[in-house]
Write a protein that binds this ligand. Structure first.
Ligand code: SAM
Length: 290
């Protein structure tokens, strides 16, 4: 997604292909150009607070639960006993919040821009909801690609909650990054990635599946509908070395879901199994990457 906000009154994000997202704004709460990106936090009329980076919607209080639940609980419940989790990006803390709802030993979160973390804690505290204070949370301010190339740590689940493939996020879509993620994933591990809105950025999903497939035995995708990532279904890259990890039956997922006491607002066991059922135009994008 790419865009800019020209004047407050409306947050306008040009999505491409002749489409834009508009959210009515009550006020601009904060604006700063960090060393890496332009960060704005808006108070909207009906969607709560919103954070944009370089003019691109990142997180919105009203519907953030969808994206954070679907990018976290899909790999976590497919794995079934993840203890070491890594989040690349995720500066607002929503992914960290959801990962810590599982009985993990540690969640390593590698976010390149510390200002994003600090400002989201201040202006959007409900997104992280105290997750950064959890003793199992290990926040590192670093480039996720550099971290993954150098770390000795090994992970059961890796979640790439990045911006789009431009600016600092671009490197998180590279073959080298995926190769390093693969080599840091424990046997039975699962990796998921933010891969754009398929109707708008379809090539992104195809490229992600292709590049994941160069390093993992099973590269695929699943979907969710996130209103403020406008333009239809959002695609999520999926990678593991065991296709069976995305083929659990509903009862298996339901048993794990209830054992973890997750009270989710979008994710549920039926949806877990259904999220891999792709509309034909999205299936074609995925198959083009195989
Ligand atoms: N939900 C959003 C989306 O779908 O575009 C992503 C939200 S999250 C705020 C994206 C985070 O990725 C930002 O905090 C950004 O600073 C971080 N980021 C971008 N490039 C990065 C890199 N190379 N290493 C680590 N974090 C990075």
């Amino acid at each position: 997604m790419s865009g800019s906000s020209d004047e407050w009154g409306w947050f306008d994000e040009a999505l491409g292909v002749g489409m834009q997202l508009g959210l009515k704004i009550d006020s601009i709460l904060y604006r700063e150009t960090t060393d890496l990106q332009d960060l704005v936090i808006y108070q909207t009329s009906d969607w709560g607070r919103v954070m944009a980076l370089d003019g691109i919607m990142q997180v919105c209080e009203r519907d953030e639960f969808i994206y954070h639940e679907m990018l976290t609980h899909m790999p976590m419940l497919a794995h079934g006993s993840a203890k070491e989790v890594c989040i690349i990006g995720g500066g607002d803390g929503g992914m960290l919040r959801e990962a810590l709802r599982h009985p993990v030993d540690r969640v390593t979160m590698v976010e390149i821009d510390g200002t994003v973390v600090e400002l989201c804690k201040t202006y959007l505290p409900g997104i992280s909801d105290g997750a950064f204070d959890d003793p199992r949370a290990d926040l590192l301010i670093a480039d996720g690609a550099k971290f993954m190339a150098e770390t000795e740590r090994r992970f059961d689940v890796i979640i790439v909650d990045s911006t789009d493939p431009a600016g600092p996020g671009e490197v998180l879509f590279s073959p080298a990054f995926y190769e390093n993620c693969r080599s840091r994933l424990n046997p039975g591990g699962v990796m998921t990635t933010q891969s754009g809105v398929v109707m708008i950025q379809g090539e992104e999903l195809t490229t992600t599946v292709r590049r994941l497939g160069e390093h993992f035995a099973d590269a695929h995708a699943y979907i969710a509908a996130v209103p403020t990532y406008a333009g239809g279904f959002m695609g999520f890259g999926w990678a593991s070395d065991n296709p069976a990890l995305r083929e659990h039956d509903r009862d298996t997922i339901a048993a794990r879901y209830s054992a973890t006491n997750l009270a989710t607002r979008y994710y549920n066991p039926d949806l877990h199994c259904g999220a891999f059922a792709l509309p034909s135009y999205i299936a074609k994008r995925v198959e083009a990457g195989k």
